[in-house]
Design a protein around this ligand. Structure first.
Ligand code: GN1
Ligand code: MG
Length: 369
């Protein structure tokens, strides 16, 4: 069964505690990993919508661990929001819809893993950021999310993908893949591989600071791409952050870095016209302000000193991952055309250069807040 097969949703939907009868299904092609569908149901004439999602179990090997994390995190979010008298809680936090057996996900006979969320109405997502106000919202939303996780009760969250942002491991994987060159693609990626090799020194900086305990491990989101922020269509404010599969122990700076990667350039992640790819200072400033205000008092001096650098290292690391996947035959990220992962890598590396050029000015701004 290929991706985005709408017919399977009829069977899937019967497994969950849903109010209404299925009327319509549409694929939601945001994201490179899972398969997402928006389903419309009729409940006595009223329209209700749900999100059904097939978890990519090649990537998430422990779906029960993923769902356990998501359950704990969303319950905590909900309790905290209720505690401060929030009246629109179901728009501010994801609501997991249980299966008929009361489980958080359904496993089919073929081993597919499905889960369901309540659809959040009247929100939209963006693939790139069009105004400083939006960038500020991104910083605020993920900053609030990190802050909320800082007093998550109970044991350490499950590491749903071990070493996810370990930039040294990502770098070494690329080196290994260039050496193996199973698909004979290394030649076509020579300039990108050269760029990657020239930046090796940046991959250990945050890891070393973490090993020295200068930078603490925190529960973080780990996929703070701007299209994971739900923005209210009416107010333009972020209502909720989604894509919680990689919420796990991590580093606050990686979250901030991925926000820089996905909010500062006016382009898409796979922009072909590299002359358009650059980090816009006003957007960085707004993002930084939103994030530092929301996390006020949470970050220590070592974290704060690497705020601008975080954008470079995260963008570089995602570039390494795209490039590695290109050389590996495109097995991890969903691609829509030949060479897509190489193009994505190129765009990331161009953005790294732009971030490098502005690093000093960016850090100066962060220090002024
Ligand atoms: C993947 O699925 P999506 O698009 O939200 C990836 C992120 C990358 C991102 C790059 C689990 O996220 O780490 O930054 O693509 N998620 C996983 O666009 O690998
Ligand atoms: Mg996503």
């Amino acid at each position: 069964m290929g991706p985005y097969d709408l017919s399977q949703i009829h069977d899937v939907s019967r497994e969950f505690q849903i109010y209404g009868d299925l009327r319509q299904v549409e694929p939601c092609k945001i994201g490179h990993i899972n398969e997402t569908y928006v389903a419309t149901y009729n409940q006595g004439g009223a329209v209700v919508r749900y999100v059904h999602q097939k978890v990519n179990t090649e990537v998430f090997r422990d779906p029960a661990g993923v769902m356990d994390n998501i359950g704990r995190v969303t319950r905590h979010q909900r309790a905290r929001l209720e505690g401060i008298g929030t009246t629109d809680v179901t728009r501010r936090v994801l609501t997991v819809v249980p299966t008929r057996d009361g489980e958080t996900f359904h496993q089919t006979a073929k081993g597919q893993c499905w889960r369901t969320f309540v659809f959040i109405e009247n929100v939209r997502t963006y693939e790139s950021v069009t105004s400083p106000a939006l960038a500020q919202e991104a910083g605020r939303a993920f900053g609030e999310f990190q802050r909320l996780l800082s007093d998550l009760p109970g044991k350490r969250l499950v590491e749903t993908i071990p070493d996810f942002h370990n930039s040294r491991r990502r770098f070494d994987s690329l080196v290994g893949m260039v050496g193996a060159d199973q698909f004979n693609r290394a030649k076509s990626a020579a300039p990108e591989v050269k760029f990657a090799m020239s930046r090796e020194k940046i991959v250990d900086v945050i890891l070393k600071a973490m090993a020295r305990k200068q930078i603490p491990e925190r529960a973080t989101h780990n996929d703070t791409k701007f299209n994971n922020v739900m923005v209210d269509c009416t107010t333009g404010k972020a209502t909720c952050v989604v894509d919680l599969d990689t919420v796990m122990p991590g580093c606050a700076l990686y979250d901030f870095g991925d926000m820089v990667r996905t909010t500062t350039s006016p382009t898409l992640e796979d922009e072909l016209d590299l002359s358009k790819v650059h980090a816009r200072m006003p957007l960085f400033r707004a993002l930084c302000r939103g994030y530092l205000e929301a996390t006020e008092g949470m970050l220590n001096k070592h974290e704060r000193a690497l705020i601008a650098f975080a954008g470079q290292v995260l963008t570089f690391t995602i570039g390494l991952r795209f490039l590695t996947d290109y050389l590996a035959g495109d097995t991890y990220f969903r691609v829509h055309r030949p060479g897509h992962n190489l193009e994505r890598a190129r765009t990331q590396f161009r953005l790294v250069e732009s971030l490098e050029r502005q690093a000093e000015e960016m850090q100066k701004y962060a220090d002024s807040i």
